[in-house]
Design a protein around this ligand. Structure first.
Ligand SMILES: Nc1ncnc2c1ncn2[C@@H]1O[C@H](COP(=O)(O)OP(=O)(O)OP(=O)(O)O)[C@@H](O)[C@H]1O
Length: 335
């Protein structure tokens, strides 16, 4: 008798990512919207897709939602390739698009019940799930009100509940908090995290907000349909290193040119102010004040880099802005 093979221990058994995008490619005539995007999303992870306008974020979501056909590439769920039209994939995914998909004339409960029925949940099971979701988003006392009377923040939380009513493993969210005020943004995220903890939810979202990007477990930066970086927010922020000096001046372009020529600094103009990335910012401040007499500089401020700076360095664009503002920074820096 052949001896039984030893069982793989949990540490040696390979764990497939929950969702794996493998070389996703989509063209619109001669324009390549997505150019071989590969990205793995692990179970229980909140992954943020960051990218300037036209980077390919919405195209990725439309492909995953089965609304567009792929030109090349494949999607694996728990290690198994799945067609984007496979009902099994639909069942495991919840999607929140930028535009509201709620029915304004219905109450919150009715909206959730409709969502549940679309995924085959009926009877007491559907009712229970609807009540559970209303509790999780903290709106159980308002469930019978018409959605049209609700605030933007409450509606976004209801969208989240509706995308999750059929208990998907992963939820895709296209700019879920766009237009929300600070308080609604915080509430939305605390519910999202509670859902992740309560239901083991995995999230793939797009955002233009640096504060939202900071909240993700991992970020994938897209530019012109290609993945240019993927890492934790902290690791990405440490790529910029050093300090960010911001200088206000009446003629920012000429000041930036002088900083480059006279001091050999990598200075660029970002939204009307001169920005310089340096290792020892505090040591440079007195030199700048000395080099540029009163009148040339209106103010100098020093801060640690944020994700918005990382984004600028990688893509040459300001996070959330429509137009390019600068060339992506060269790697070498004056120390
Ligand atoms: N239906 C379409 N027909 C032609 N071109 C398209 C179509 N959809 C997207 N594109 C192009 O594909 C590229 C990627 O667009 P996409 O909407 O995915 O970008 P995005 O990252 O979502 O941008 P935004 O942040 O502005 O929503 C863009 O150049 C866009 O013009």
């Amino acid at each position: 008798m052949t001896p039984a093979l030893p069982a793989l221990s949990p540490t040696t058994r390979p764990v497939a990512p929950l969702l794996q995008l493998d070389g996703l490619t989509r063209r619109f005539k001669s324009r390549v919207a997505l150019d071989g995007l590969s990205l793995a999303v692990g179970a229980g992870e909140i992954v943020g897709l960051l990218g300037p306008n036209g980077a390919g974020k919405s195209t990725t979501f439309q492909l995953l939602a089965g609304l567009l056909a792929l030109d090349a590439g494949r999607v694996l769920f728990e290690g198994r390739p799945l067609s984007l039209h496979d009902p099994a994939l639909r069942q495991r995914m919840g999607i929140i698009f930028q535009r509201s998909s709620l029915d304004d004339l219905m109450s919150a409960r009715e909206n959730l019940l409709l969502g549940a029925r679309l995924y085959g949940l009926t009877g007491t099971r559907a009712q229970e799930r609807v009540e559970q979701m209303l509790r999780l988003i903290g709106l159980q006392d308002r469930g019978d009100e018409r959605v049209s009377t609700w605030s933007g923040g409450m509606r976004r939380r209801l969208e989240l509940a509706r995308a999750l009513v059929h208990q998907p493993r992963i939820v895709l969210m296209d700019e879920p908090t766009q237009g929300l005020d600070e308080a609604s943004f915080r509430t939305f995220w605390s519910h999202l995290r509670a859902l992740r903890d309560a239901e083991g939810l995995t999230v793939l979202l797009t955002t233009h907000r640096a504060d939202e990007a900071e909240m993700c477990d991992r970020l994938a930066v897209l530019d012109a349909g290609r993945l240019v970086a993927t890492d934790t927010p902290a690791a990405l922020a440490s790529r910029v290193g050093g300090d960010i000096l911001t200088l206000e001046a009446r003629e920012p372009e000429s000041l930036a040119a002088e900083l480059r020529q006279r001091l050999g600094l990598e200075a660029r103009v970002v939204e009307g102010r001169v920005q310089v990335e340096v290792e020892q910012g505090h040591a440079l401040v007195p030199r700048l004040v000395e080099a540029f007499p009163a009148g040339r500089l209106a103010s100098v401020s020093l801060r640690r880099p944020t994700l918005a700076d990382v984004f600028l360095q990688l893509t040459g664009r300001v996070l959330g802005a429509d137009q390019p503002t600068a060339e992506p920074a060269r790697r070498s820096r004056r120390r």
